[in-house]
Design a protein around this ligand. Structure first.
Ligand code: GDP
Ligand code: MG
Length: 311
């Protein structure tokens, strides 16, 4: 095979002439429409929590897509929703500051669910950010029929004058390259804003804590997600290269502590095993992980506790 040889010469000229672009993009949409999965798929490394449960992404995390002709910095927001607690209010404030600052907003709607009031609520909020270019992203096209996809694209197109409309599947890697290109085309001309190897600027400890939180949430009952937080308390590298990590999982009530720990500690043990595998992949080193479960009463409503957990 001689693919390299047969590559047309003007291809190289083209990309050399195209101006380098860099900028910020944020994906918005109802919970569970696939924002985090999309971020992960574009960046190519697991950095954002995905989960079956709504609203597990609680932090603004940046993922960076490096391309020869530009850089896409993805700001993952917790999602726009009605505030119910102090945590909810802070999350909404975070969304506002984030969106006021991005070059492109990607509005995500799943192909396999009807556009509803939740989508329209968010779409209307996009008017508050006139500076940002707006792209409609139809997600999960692998789980919808051709007719459904076309129907949904028509409805999306009628909502507003989008700068682009792109159907994608993150799990089946459909049209992700096209989406990257479209997003990059809408970015301002700019030199690279981050070093080439940077994938996220979230600290390693925070990423470890997210992995633990994600493991604790997997298979958890509905009542748990909003009351779970995790932190890394201490890290120590042993002489044999093993890294000892001491972490805490916070719940709000004693009853929840029992749920996380499970009968005879079985659930906590499997949480630890799952999280450890993810952390070892992240760090590229063997890990000893110790997790303690602590009750922090009503932490979602307590400013001091929120501060301690980095919100
Ligand atoms: P978020 O709340 O918008 O961040 O949504 P997530 O990224 O956490 O995804 C919610 C659920 O949708 C998860 O179970 C994902 O596995 C699933 N999902 C995300 N993208 C796709 C996709 O392209 N195809 C399919 N079939 N499922 C997807
Ligand atoms: Mg998410």
């Amino acid at each position: 095979m001689s693919e390299e040889v047969s590559q047309p010469a003007d291809d190289a000229t083209d990309s050399a002439e195209r101006a380098f672009r860099a900028g910020f993009v944020s994906f918005v949409g109802r919970p569970n429409v696939g924002k985090s999965t999309l971020t992960n798929a574009l960046v190519g490394e697991k950095i954002v929590i995905t989960s079956e449960k709504p609203q597990t992404t609680r932090r603004v995390i940046r993922g960076i897509v490096h391309r020869p002709d530009g850089q896409l910095i993805i700001v993952d927001t917790p999602g726009i929703h009605r505030p119910r607690t102090l945590l909810g209010e802070r999350l909404n404030a975070l969304v506002e500051t984030t969106l006021g600052d991005v070059d492109v907003i990607g509005f995500c709607v799943p192909a396999n669910e009807k556009i509803g009031p939740g989508d329209r609520f968010i779409d209307e909020r996009l008017n508050d950010f006139p500076r940002a270019k707006k792209v409609a992203i139809l997600t999960k096209i692998d789980s919808a029929s051709q007719t459904e996809i076309i129907d949904q694209l028509t409805k999306l197109g009628a909502m507003r004058e989008w700068d682009a409309v792109v159907p994608i599947s993150s799990t089946e890697d459909q049209q992700l390259d096209i989406l990257s290109e479209v997003l990059l085309d809408l970015m301002p001309e700019s030199p690279a804003l981050y070093e080439n190897e940077t994938i996220t600027d979230e600290s390693e400890d925070e990423r470890i804590a997210e992995l633990i939180r994600e493991a604790a949430l997997a298979g958890a009952r509905e009542e748990l997600p909003h009351s779970l937080a995790a932190s890394v308390d201490d890290r120590e590298e042993r002489e044999d290269g093993l890294i000892e990590i001491y972490a805490s999982v916070y719940v709000e009530r004693d009853s929840q502590k029992g749920i996380v720990i499970g009968k005879g500690g079985q659930r906590l043990k499997s949480i630890g095993e799952t999280a450890r595998k993810g952390i070892e992949e992240l760090l590229g080193q063997r890990v000893y992980l110790s997790i303690r479960v602590k009750v922090l009463k009503e932490w979602q409503r307590d400013p001091k506790a929120l501060g301690k957990l980095g919100f």
